[in-house]
Design a protein around this ligand. Structure first.
Ligand code: G6P
Length: 607
């Protein structure tokens, strides 16, 4: 969601703040602002993207060595300049930026207005700064502590005062990390804007309040001082740059051979039949007793969970449920101690997934996380699991995280299957041999880019798309449709191919492109061919994702995209690549801002 950042040190704050906002822009991009402390608190903010803010800042003198910044994804109040952060106290002595939702803001606003506070925006955030102002006769730290004890909801916030050379950060529910530099400190919603300054990061805990000055930091939790571990972040700074690609999304699509390799690195034993997962920390006895697996996630990660269901049920013979995290948490779910609940999340921050994981834990489930961002809230809450090691994903539409999530689920499947003796030596060897060459096959698949662009050129003006797949490729159809919707704003639906005749077939005419996923190694290949016949009979236009050297399919399809052959359980990764590229090219041809699609945000930290 929103991105927040703060700097205190010996350097000019403004360029550091603006650069940080560029790094954080993927978290929200409808308005942005900065405040820098000198003799006064200078504020510059605007609706629109960071580049609009930069133009404004260039026209002003914004100088000082202490500053805070924000890039917004609107929840309460339209994306306007007045609703943009920072928000100020009535006397102009406090400036605050916030990520999260203050649930009791209307009640607080009512009380504060009665006390004479003048509200200028429609945001929930503004109550925070006025509430802190109420305690201004105290020092800033005490004022923040007192104010936050009256607040319900989620926040990651930073605040500074005209009167004190310090910045205070606080978090509950939303993430906040502290960067520890040499005579300078940074606070941010995630590590991406910090790592070019320091690799030493502290992940703050809920209810932490951190006080940073030019040369010190102190963390308090309910009034008690806390020591939190400093962790080294090893992300390569280059992964935060576009490196010649037009968009992060394209770069991340192309990074997949590497991100997949990185997820596999060090995890396959030499015998090629066993898997090593260092952070899994589940006893053999527990694994043997698992009676059900529940996968919780949102968006693209939920699609990865669906692929996981096919893999895990087939090889482990354990029932697997895949739940939208937002539904699970409010459904009064039935949980037994032998249920294993796995949260899947790229960012590790998604509010619904985090809350669902906590709910499962409270009800006694054992939990794991399959997460990309190291040290993120979901990773920490789960306590154990599998990191994807895909590197930072900046494009709002998830690409490389999805394929890595599937690989991670394969690894988990092998690990459990070997422990439970449901995967034999021979089967494990066969699966591992197939998985190991997936990065190379993805690389080959990426060579189809030009061909896919040609297909995109033919279809980019259509209004609707249908994606059909069966079995393990049904979730791929969902993911293909989601990618197209997210970045091109073309309506698209994913369906199990056999379900087409129960509804979507009514939509098919000569204007309807239908993407079929039809690998030969899939058990239902022939059935999918029949579904293609049904579309062809109704003059639908068929784009088929097919296995190389399939000479039948092109008799039915208008376009055939031949992908490398692999075993059925690995097809979902290979098939995803052309669908990502198709969505990308269609969006570019429509002139969309691929990395910053309207209304979306990378990490959804509100419910
Ligand atoms: C947002 C993003 C999606 C992502 C989903 C879940 O909606 O726009 O790309 O799939 O959140 O995010 P997570 O970080 O939990 O995987």
């Amino acid at each position: 969601m929103c991105g927040i950042f703060a700097y205190i040190g010996g350097r000019e704050a403004t360029p550091i703040l603006l650069q940080a906002l560029r790094r954080l822009e993927y978290r929200g991009y409808d308005s942005a602002g900065i405040s820098v402390k000198n003799y006064e608190l200078k504020v510059v903010k605007t609706e629109g993207k960071i580049r609009t803010l930069e133009e404004l800042v260039a026209k002003e003198t914004v100088s000082g060595k202490i500053g805070i910044a924000h890039t917004r994804w609107a929840t309460h109040g339209e994306p306007t300049t007045v609703n943009a952060h920072p928000h100020m106290s009535c006397d102009g002595k406090l400036a605050l930026v916030h990520n999260g939702v203050i649930e009791n803001y209307l009640e607080l606003k009512f009380l504060l207005e009665k006390k004479g506070h003048n509200f200028v925006s429609n945001t929930d955030t503004e109550v925070l700064v006025h509430l802190i102002e109420e305690f201004e006769n105290q020092d800033l730290t005490t004022a923040v502590e007192l104010a936050l004890s009256r607040v319900e909801g989620a926040y990651g916030l930073v605040i500074m005062s005209k009167n004190e050379d310090k910045i205070i950060g606080a978090k509950k529910g939303s993430s906040l990390v502290l960067g520890v530099g040499k005579d300078e400190y940074f606070l941010a919603s995630d590590t991406s804007p910090i790592i070019e300054h320091t690799r030493d990061i502290i992940h703050l805990e809920d209810e932490d309040i951190v006080i940073i000055t030019k040369n010190s930091y102190k963390i308090k939790n309910f009034g008690k001082e806390k020591i939190r571990p400093i962790e080294k972040v090893d992300w390569d700074i280059e992964t935060l740059e576009k490196k010649g690609y037009d968009y992060f999304m394209l770069k991340e699509i192309y990074e997949q051979p590497e991100s997949l390799k990185s997820c596999l690195r060090g995890r396959i034993e030499k015998n090629k039949t066993d898997i090593h997962l260092r952070r899994l920390e589940l006893s053999e006895k527990y694994i043997k007793n698992i009676s059900r697996i529940i996968l919780l996630a949102c968006g693209t990660s939920w699609h990865a969970g669906l692929v996981g269901k096919y893999i895990l049920e087939e090889h482990l013979r354990i029932p697997v449920e895949v739940d939208y995290a937002s539904e699970f948490r409010y459904r009064n779910p039935i949980i037994k101690p032998t249920d294993l609940v796995i949260a899947i999340s790229q960012s590790g921050e998604t509010a619904d997934t985090l809350a669902a994981l906590k709910e499962a834990k409270n009800r006694g489930a054992e939990t794991l996380g399959i997460v990309n961002v190291v040290g993120s809230a979901i990773a920490r809450e789960a306590g154990k699991g599998i990191y994807l090691h895909a590197g930072p994903e900046i494009g709002v539409a998830s690409t490389k995280a999805f394929t890595s999530q599937i690989i991670a689920l394969h690894l988990l499947n092998l690990y459990f299957g070997r422990t439970r003796n449901t995967i034999s030596d021979e089967k494990a060897y066969e699966l591992i041999k197939a998985i190991e060459v997936i990065p190379e096959k993805v690389k080959t698949t990426l060579e189809l880019d030009e061909k896919i662009k040609e297909v995109a050129e033919e279809y980019y003006q259509v209004k609707n798309f249908l994606y059909l797949g069966r079995g393990i490729n049904f979730p791929v159809a969902l993911e293909g449709a989601l990618k197209l919707k997210e970045i091109s704003y073309i309506h698209a639906e994913g369906y199990p191919a056999a379900e087409m005749k129960h509804g979507p077939i009514a939509l098919i005419d000569k204007n309807m492109p239908v993407v079929f996923i039809a690998n030969k190694s899939n058990g239902t290949y022939e059935k999918v061919l029949s579904n293609m016949e049904e579309v062809k009979a109704r003059k639908g236009r068929i784009i088929a994702i097919a296995t190389e050297e399939d000479n039948i399919i092109n008799k039915l399809s208008n376009h055939t995209i031949y992908v490398p052959n692999t075993i059925e359980f690995c097809t979902s990764i290979i098939n995803t690549i052309p669908l990502q590229l198709l969505a990308y090219h269609i969006a570019v041809l429509n002139g969309r801002d691929v990395d910053k699609p309207r209304n979306l945000a990378k990490s959804v930290t509100v419910e």
